[in-house]
Design a protein around this ligand. Structure first.
Ligand SMILES: Nc1nc2c(ncn2[C@@H]2O[C@H](COP(=O)(O)OP(=O)(O)OP(=O)(O)O)[C@@H](O)[C@H]2O)c(=O)[nH]1
Length: 407
C-alpha cells in the first residue's frame, strides 16, 4: 500500500499544472517562459514588420495621389516608422539581440501611433482625421502581430489612448463628436486585441507549463526507477548484489563469451562463514549481521575489474565472480580473501577451527568448455563442500577435469 502511494506521488498532480488568472508562472519558470515566448514571437515578427513597411509605403503613395502637400509633411514620420520596422526585423533574426525584441516592437507601435497623432494635429485636410486611426492600428499591431507580452500591451494601449485623447483635444481640425468616435474605435481595438492576447498568452503558458512539469516528473520517474532497480538487485544488509542481481550479472557475463566481451574465462568463488550458527548463538543475531557486513567488505575491496562482482548468495553464503580470470589467479584471490578475513581477527569463541571468524571457499573456473551458470554454481558448491569436509578455513577448487582438490 505504501509502495503504491509512493509510485503515484511521482505523477503530475492537477495543482502542478494549474495556471493562475494573472498568468505568472512560479519562480525560474517565468524567466524560461520569457525566452520561450520571445523565440516563438521572433518567427512571426519579421513578417509583421514587413507588413507594416508595405502599409506605410501604400499610405504614402495614397497621400501623394490625394494631396502632395500632405505627403510632403508625412514622409519623414513614415520613414522613421519604416526604420523601426527594419530594426524589428533585424532584432528578431539575431538571437543575441532578441532580448530587445519586445522593446523594439513597443517602440515601433508607439512610433506608428504617435506620428499619426502628430500628423493628425499638423495636417489640415478633410481626410486628415484618418491619420488618428493609426492609434487603433498600432494597438492591433502591438498585440495581435508583434505579440508584446500581455501586461506590456495593456500599459502600451493605455498610454496610446491617452496620447490620442490629448492630441484630439489639441487638434484645431477635429470636433468633439469625431474625437469621441475615434476614441471609441481605439478603445474597441484595445479591448478586443488585449482579450485575444490574454487568451493566446494563457494557452502558450499552459502549454509551456505542462511540458515543463511533465519533463520534471519524467526525470523524477526515471530516478525513482533507478532507485527501485538497484533496490531490487542489491542486498540491503551488505550492499553486495542479491541473488537476483547475481543471476543477471552472471548470465550477462557468460553470454559475453565468444563475443569478445570479457574474454573467454571467468572464475566463480563460493564462500561461507565457518560455524556461523554458533556465532549467532554466542554473540546474538545483531552481532551476526555486523559480522556479515564486515566479512563482505573484504571481497568487495579486493575485486577491481568492471565486470567482477560480489553477491550475497543466501544467508551467510557469498559469491565472488572474477571476469577473465584463470583458475590459478582465482585461487590466489581466494587465498588472499580467506587470509584477510582471518586477519580481521573477529572473535569467534564458538568456532571449532579457530578463535576468530574464518571462511571456507569453493572455486571453479569457466574455461574453454564454458559452462552455464547453474553448472558453475553447482561445481563451486561442490568444492565448498569439500573445503568444509577437509576441516574448514581453507580453499578448495574443481579442476578442468572435474576433480576437487584443496589448497
Ligand atoms: N545474523 C544473521 N544470521 C544469518 C543470516 N542469514 C543466515 N544466518 C544464519 O547463518 C547460520 C547458518 O548456519 P549453517 O548453515 O548451519 O552453517 P554454519 O553454522 O556456518 O556451519 P558451517 O557452514 O558448516 O560451518 C544460521 O544459523 C542462520 O540463522 C543473517 O542475515 N543474519
Amino acid at each position: 500500500m505504501k509502495d503504491e502511494s509512493q509510485r503515484i506521488s511521482v505523477l503530475p498532480s492537477g495543482s502542478d499544472l494549474r495556471l493562475p488568472w494573472h498568468l505568472r508562472l512560479p519562480g525560474p519558470l517565468e524567466r524560461d517562459f520569457a525566452e520561450f515566448f520571445r523565440n516563438s514571437v521572433a518567427t512571426v515578427a519579421p513578417w509583421a514588420a514587413l507588413n507594416v513597411i508595405l502599409l506605410l509605403a501604400l499610405a504614402l503613395a495614397l497621400e501623394c495621389y490625394i494631396s502632395p502637400e500632405v505627403a510632403a509633411r508625412t514622409w519623414r514620420p513614415r520613414l522613421l516608422c519604416a526604420m523601426l520596422a527594419v530594426a524589428t526585423i533585424l532584432v528578431a533574426r539575431r538571437s543575441e539581440w532578441r532580448r530587445w525584441l519586445h522593446t523594439v516592437s513597443l517602440a515601433l507601435a508607439f512610433a506608428v501611433a504617435l506620428t499619426g497623432d502628430w500628423m493628425g494635429v499638423a495636417v489640415n485636410h478633410p481626410l486628415g482625421f484618418s491619420l488618428f486611426l493609426q492609434t487603433p492600428l498600432a494597438i492591433l499591431l502591438m498585440s495581435v502581430l508583434l505579440r508584446v507580452p500581455f501586461y506590456g500591451a495593456v500599459a502600451g494601449s493605455v498610454a496610446l489612448i491617452a496620447a490620442l485623447a490629448a492630441s484630439l483635444r489639441a487638434s484645431p481640425h477635429i470636433g468633439l463628436e469625431l474625437s469621441l468616435v475615434l476614441l471609441l474605435l481605439s478603445l474597441a481595438s484595445a479591448s478586443m486585441s488585449l482579450f485575444g492576447q490574454y487568451i493566446y498568452e494563457r494557452l502558450l503558458r499552459q502549454h509551456f507549463l505542462s511540458e515543463n512539469v511533465l519533463f520534471q516528473h519524467r526525470d523524477e520517474l526515471h530516478s525513482a526507477n533507478r532507485v527501485l532497480e538497484s533496490q531490487a538487485t542489491v542486498d540491503g544488509l551488505t550492499g553486495c548484489l542479491n541473488r537476483r542481481g547475481m543471476e543477471a550479472r552472471l548470465d550477462e557475463l557468460l553470454h559475453g563469451f565468444g563475443r569478445g566481451g570479457a574474454g573467454e574465462r571467468a572464475s566463480v568463488l563460493l564462500f561461507d562463514i565457518d560455524f556461523f550458527k554458533q556465532y549467532n548463538d554466542t554473540y546474538g543475531h545483531q552481532a551476526g549481521d555486523e559480522c556479515l557486513k564486515t566479512v563482505a567488505s573484504i571481497p568487495r575491496a579486493l575485486t577491481q575489474g568492471d565486470k567482477d562482482f560480489v553477491a550475497r548468495y543466501g544467508g551467510e553464503e557469498f559469491m565472488v565472480v572474477l571476469a577473465n580470470t584463470s583458475l590459478k589467479d582465482a585461487l590466489v584471490f581466494a587465498e588472499r580473501m580467506r587470509t584477510r578475513i582471518e586477519q580481521l581477527g573477529l572473535p569467534h569463541s564458538g568456532s571449532r577451527v579457530s578463535q576468530v571468524v574464518t571462511i571456507s571457499v569453493g572455486v571453479v573456473c569457466a574455461g574453454e568448455r564454458a559452462a552455464d551458470a547453474t553448472t558453475l554454481i553447482k561445481c563451486a558448491d561442490e568444492a565448498l563442500y569439500q573445503a568444509k569436509g577437509a576441516g574448514r578455513n581453507r580453499v578448495a577448487y574443481m579442476s578442468d577435469q572435474g576433480r576437487v582438490a584443496t589448497l
